[in-house]
Design a protein around this ligand. Structure first.
Ligand SMILES: C[S@@+](CC[C@H](N)C(=O)[O-])C[C@H]1O[C@@H](n2cnc3c(N)ncnc32)[C@H](O)[C@@H]1O
Length: 301
């Protein structure tokens, strides 16, 4: 989807979610004329990717930043307009697999969940300090957890006895507080609460809400923004920003639509593209992926 924008000499592509550098390496390999700017908020991911991408020398510039700082990063690097921007949202496999980062409910670990461990509140601090009403709101909105009230009552009762520090105690408490029927549906009963805490700790949705419009602003005419989301809340934000850019905003009844009302974006996918069965069989973490892309078709006037 990015290819048509990246074959010209001097093209710049931004990987907003570098992670372990799989996409960045593929982009640098596939498009020998392109330069890469890659961002991640996780310093460990940057360290590992720096080694992986070393063979590409100066074609790759890696930056420790949150992706909502995209305009500032591009300004600083002297490339305010780029040809491609890629987002692969959420947590990386490395973050999920490293037990001590506290993202996984399957292993007992400190309840941290910060993608950037050098700043911000941990999941344990959120659980131990947020008012009950706020926790209910987070579990409902970010985890789509129907039993939010029941779980939060148990959390508040337990944290008064002793603050939470590890994931196993939370997993056990969620299991014990749910009615039998709720335990039989929707996979591991802790999944939704862990997702909600992770989104809150990392301010994920607010970040996506700022970053997608910033990426659309940053691409030159002909440039493309491509986004992979893994849960419906993120995907909805992406869909709305893209749809707004692809809409004709003229008041009804104009005989000729002036350019300023015409769409700035063309949608590159009909709805979201889903992984194939073979891909999911090979990599089950691909299962929830939703892919959307747009192309910039005109300058602002
Ligand atoms: C799904 S992984 C990307 C994996 C990558 N495509 C690869 O090939 O290895 C998402 C990455 O985005 C980073 N990330 C998440 N939110 C971010 C944000 N707001 N700003 C910058 N990086 C972020 C995470 O730290 C994680 O490393």
């Amino acid at each position: 989807m990015l290819a048509p924008a990246l074959t010209q000499p001097g093209a710049v592509v931004v990987d907003c979610t570098l992670g372990l550098g799989g996409h960045s390496e593929a982009l640098l390999t596939q498009f020998p004329e392109a330069r890469l700017i890659a961002l991640d908020r996780d310093k460990e991911a940057l360290r590992l990717s720096r080694e992986r991408l070393a063979p590409f020398g100066e074609r790759a510039t890696l930056v420790h930043a949150v992706y909502d700082e995209l305009p500032e990063v591009l300004e600083r690097l002297g490339t305010p307009r780029v040809q491609g921007v890629l987002f692969d949202l959420g947590v990386s496999s490395m973050q999920l697999d490293e037990a001590d980062r506290g993202f996984a409910y399957a292993q007992d670990a400190p309840l941290d969940m910060r993608m950037d461990q050098s700043t911000g509140m941990s999941a344990a601090e959120v659980l131990n300090t947020y008012p009950a009403g706020e926790l209910v709101r987070i579990l409902r909105a970010y985890g789509e957890e129907k039993q939010a009230k029941r779980i939060v009552s148990a959390i508040v009762r337990e944290r008064e006895k002793e603050p939470f520090s590890n994931s196993a105690r939370l997993v056990e408490l969620i299991r014990d507080s749910l009615p039998q029927a709720a335990k039989r549906t929707g996979g591991n009963p802790s999944k939704r609460t862990f997702q909600a805490l992770r989104i809150e700790v990392n301010g994920e949705l607010a970040s996506v809400e700022r970053a997608i419009p910033a990426a659309v602003e940053a691409i030159a005419v002909g440039g493309r923004v491509v986004v992979l989301s893994y849960q419906s809340l993120e995907d909805r934000i992406v869909k709305q920003v893209f749809a707004a850019g692809a809409a004709n905003t003229a008041p009804p009844g104009l005989p000729v639509v002036p350019e300023r009302y015409q769409p700035r974006l063309k949608l590159l996918t009909r709805g979201a593209e889903l992984p194939t069965e073979e891909e999911v069989a090979e990599n089950r973490r691909a299962a929830p992926a939703r892919l959307r892309g747009v192309q910039r078709i005109r300058e602002d006037v």
